[in-house]
Write a protein that binds this ligand. Structure first.
Ligand SMILES: [Fe+2]
Length: 505
C-alpha cells in the first residue's frame, strides 16, 4: 500500500492549467474563437471542447465505465471521427465552457474516490492526471499557434515582460562522440514514444550554440535560397514549387527599405553610433560575409566572447534599440508577432519554416540538421556525471531565468537569451523559444509498448512524420524534458518551430 495520493495538488494543477486555457480564449471575440484562422487548424473554441471531451473519455467512460456525458459533444469533439472541415459549426462558447466544467466536476469526484492501488496502469503514480495535464498543455500550444495566425487587430493585447538582451557567441560547439541513454530514464511522466530508454552511440559533431536567426535566414532569402534548386531535397523543391513559398510564414514584405535609396551615408551614420564591435554590421544582406552563422550574435559580440561574460552585453538594451532602428531602415520585411507587425527582429530565431526550408538553409551554410540522437545528446548528456539530465540545464524544473516557455513573453526571445539554461555542452535554447526540426523520422524505440491511449504515437509511425525537439515559447514546463518528442509532416509551417544546424566533425 502506497502513501496517500496528492489529490488536492492534482486538482490544483489541473484547475490552474484550465484557467490558462480559458485565458487564451479571452484574447479574442467569441466569433473569432469559432472561426477557422487557417484551413489546416481547428477553431480555438473547438480545442476547449476537445480538451473536455478527452477528460470525459478517460475518466468518465474508460475509468468509471459510464456513458458519454453528452453524445452530441462526444462526436463533435472527437478528433478521430470528426473531420476538421466540420469543426466550424460549434455550440456557443458558454455552452462549451459549461460542458467542460461539468466534466471537471466529475473528474474531481473521481480523483477523490478512485482506488489508486488497484494496479490499473492508468492510475499508477497518477498517470492519468499527468496525461490529461500534458494533453491540455499541448492543446494550449496549438491554440497559441492559431492565435499567432490571426491578424493582430483581432486579438486583445496582453502585456508581457521584456526579455534581457544577450548576444551569445555563434561559434559552433564541438561535441565529442560518446554513448548515452536516450529516452526517459526517470520516474517522472513520459509518453510511450520516449520509452524504453536505449543506449545510443553518437559520433563526434559540431553543433550551433543557438537556433538559426531571422538575420541568418534573411541572408539566405536575399541571396536567392528559395530559387536555387541545388540547395533543396527533391521532395523539398517539389513542395516549394507547388506552394510557391518564398518567405517564412510570418514574414511580410514591408515598405521599401529607405537606405537603399538613401545612399550609404545614412547607414554609415547609424553605424557610427553603435558600440565598438557592432560597426562591422553591414547592410543590406548581400554585403554580409557568407555563411558560418553570421547572425547579429557574431557581429555584435567581441570575438573573445564566452557566453557568461557580462561584457558581451555591449550596451544591452541600447544596442537592441539601435539595431532595431537599422533594421527599420534596411530590412525589407516585417514580421507578424502575436500582437503587432514589427520590423523583422534579427536576433530572434526564424520560425514559420517547414523542414524543407530548414534543410535548404542548412545546405546553403554547408551544414545539416541534427539527428534526434545528436539533438538529445547535446541537450541531455552530462560528461561530468556520465548520465543524462532531465532538462538541458539539469534536473531542476524550468524557470524564467532558464528558458522562454509557457507564453511568458507571448513570442520568441533573442536566441541564447537564457545563458542559465545552457546544456552541458554549452548549447543554448534547447528548452523553449522554438521547436527545432531534426533530420529524423518519427519511429518507435526498440521494445516500444503503447500506453493505454494507443493512438497517441502509434498511428504516426508510418514514416511520414519528422521529429521536432526542445519545446517552444508556448510549451509548458514539463514538456521541455530532453526526452520529449514532437512530430509533424515536414511541410507544416505554422507550428512554433525553427531549427539549428550541425556538421560532421
Ligand atoms: Fe488531443
Amino acid at each position: 500500500m502506497r502513501g496517500p495520493q496528492p489529490i488536492e495538488a492534482w486538482k490544483g494543477r489541473l484547475d490552474s492549467l484550465r484557467r490558462e486555457t480559458l485565458g487564451l480564449l479571452d484574447l479574442v471575440s467569441e466569433e473569432t474563437a469559432a472561426a477557422f484562422a487557417h484551413p489546416e487548424w481547428s477553431p480555438l473554441r473547438w480545442h476547449l471542447g476537445h480538451i473536455a471531451y478527452t477528460e470525459s473519455l478517460w475518466i468518465r467512460q474508460t475509468l468509471r465505465g459510464l456513458p458519454p456525458f453528452d453524445a452530441n459533444y462526444e462526436r463533435l469533439f472527437d478528433n478521430i471521427h470528426t473531420p476538421r472541415e466540420s469543426r466550424g459549426d460549434l455550440p456557443p462558447l458558454s455552452d462549451i465552457r459549461g460542458y467542460a466544467e461539468e466534466i471537471r466536476k466529475d473528474t474531481r469526484r473521481f480523483l477523490e474516490e478512485a482506488d489508486w492501488d488497484q494496479g490499473n496502469p492508468l492510475l499508477a503514480d497518477g498517470y492519468i492526471v499527468d496525461f490529461l495535464w500534458e494533453h491540455e498543455a499541448q492543446h494550449q500550444e496549438l491554440m497559441t499557434l492559431i492565435l499567432q495566425l490571426l491578424p493582430p487587430e483581432r486579438k486583445r493585447r496582453r502585456q508581457s515582460p521584456e526579455p534581457a538582451d544577450w548576444y551569445p557567441s555563434r561559434r559552433m560547439i564541438r561535441v565529442p562522440g560518446g554513448e548515452f541513454t536516450m529516452g526517459t530514464p526517470g520516474p517522472w511522466f513520459s509518453y510511450d514514444n520516449e520509452r524504453p530508454p536505449k543506449t545510443v552511440r553518437v559520433r563526434e559533431y559540431w553543433v550551433d550554440p543557438a537556433p538559426v536567426t531571422n538575420f541568418d535566414f534573411g541572408a539566405f532569402v536575399h541571396r536567392g535560397g528559395y530559387s536555387d534548386s541545388s540547395l533543396w531535397t527533391k521532395e523539398g523543391w517539389a513542395w516549394k514549387e507547388r506552394t510557391r513559398a518564398s518567405l517564412p510564414v510570418h514574414w511580410i514584405p514591408g515598405p521599401e527599405p529607405t537606405a537603399h535609396a538613401d545612399s550609404e551615408g545614412l547607414a554609415a551614420t547609424t553605424r557610427a553610433g553603435l558600440p565598438e564591435g557592432a560597426r562591422q554590421l553591414d547592410w543590406p544582406f548581400d554585403k554580409l560575409p557568407m555563411g558560418a552563422g553570421r547572425g547579429p550574435g557574431v557581429l555584435l559580440a567581441p570575438s573573445s566572447s564566452t557566453g557568461s561574460d557580462p561584457s558581451n552585453r555591449l550596451g544591452g538594451r541600447i544596442m537592441s534599440v539601435e539595431l532595431r532602428q537599422i533594421v527599420r531602415l534596411h530590412v525589407p520585411w516585417l514580421e507578424r508577432t502575436m500582437f503587432a507587425d514589427v520590423p523583422l527582429r534579427l536576433d530572434h530565431p526564424v520560425t514559420g519554416v517547414s523542414r524543407f526550408e530548414a534543410e535548404a538553409y542548412a545546405r546553403w551554410e554547408g551544414k545539416r540538421l541534427l539527428t534526434e540522437e545528436e539533438w538529445e545528446y547535446a541537450a541531455a548528456f552530462d560528461p561530468a556525471t556520465g548520465g543524462v539530465r532531465r532538462y538541458p540545464w539539469g534536473d531542476d524544473p524550468p524557470s524564467p531565468t532558464r528558458a522562454n516557455f509557457a507564453r511568458r513573453y507571448f513570442g520568441t526571445t533573442p536566441v541564447g537569451a537564457f545563458p542559465e539554461g545552457r546544456s552541458a555542452c554549452g548549447a543554448l535554447d534547447m528548452g523553449g523559444n522554438v521547436w527545432e526540426w531534426t533530420s529524423s523520422t518519427f519511429s518507435p524505440y526498440p521494445g516500444f509498448v503503447p500506453d493505454a491511449y494507443k493512438d497517441y504515437s502509434q498511428p504516426f509511425f508510418d514514416g511520414t512524420y519528422a521529429v521536432l525537439r526542445g519545446g517552444s515559447w508556448a510549451t509548458q514546463g514539463p514538456l521541455l524534458r530532453c526526452s520529449f518528442r514532437n512530430w509533424y509532416p515536414p511541410d507544416v509551417r505554422e507550428i512554433l518551430a525553427g531549427f539549428r544546424c550541425a556538421r560532421d566533425a
